[in-house]
Design a protein around this ligand. Structure first.
Ligand code: ATP
Ligand code: MG
Length: 143
């Protein structure tokens, strides 16, 4: 199924993330595509806040950050992975991503998945972000 949204503020983008988080029955892999400042981390903050995570910061320099989740029946851990600085499949596998995405108690959110599509799980949600004006973003969700 594909859905298209247009948001006019960070809050509206996070509200879409909130609706998605509330629908999650278990952990999955959510891939966020789009150029710099398209809204991927902003969206991730909306997902995280809905799952009770107080402060999610961009993982760019650390590549991956991990947060405990307490308020969900199945999801126990939220992983936020930013592949912007990685260049090889070996580098990403060193983060034990296969173990993470095969466990339904994990929610894995990936920014910059473009370079690694061939190793990502088939069973995932793809979300594309596009800046269409200074404060406007087009968000296309496919699951
Ligand atoms: N409708 C909107 N939705 C989301 N962000 C918006 C919107 N309008 C303006 N912005 C601004 O766009 C920027 C989005 O930054 P964000 O860090 O979320 O992007 P990103 O896609 O994660 O970029 P990067 O690839 O650098 O990680 C923020 O400064 C935010 O305030
Ligand atoms: Mg980001």
């Amino acid at each position: 199924m594909e859905q298209l949204f247009v948001t006019e503020s960070t809050e509206e983008t996070q509200e879409i993330a909130r609706k998605i988080a509330l629908k999650l029955e278990q952990g999955t892999t959510i891939c966020l595509y789009g150029s710099l400042a398209a809204g991927k981390t902003t969206f991730t903050q909306g997902l995280a806040a809905t799952l009770g995570i107080k402060r999610l910061v961009s993982p760019t320099f650390l590549i991956m950050r991990e947060y405990p989740v307490t308020g969900h029946p199945v999801i126990r851990t939220f992983y936020h992975l930013d592949l912007y600085r990685l260049n090889s499949v070996e580098e990403i596998k060193a983060f034990d991503v296969e173990e993470i995405w095969s466990d339904p108690s994990n929610l894995l959110v990936i920014e910059w998945p473009e370079k690694f599509l061939e190793i990502l799980p088939q069973d995932r949600m793809d979300i594309h972000f596009k800046a269409t004006a200074e404060n406007q973003r087009e968000i296309k969700i496919r699951d």
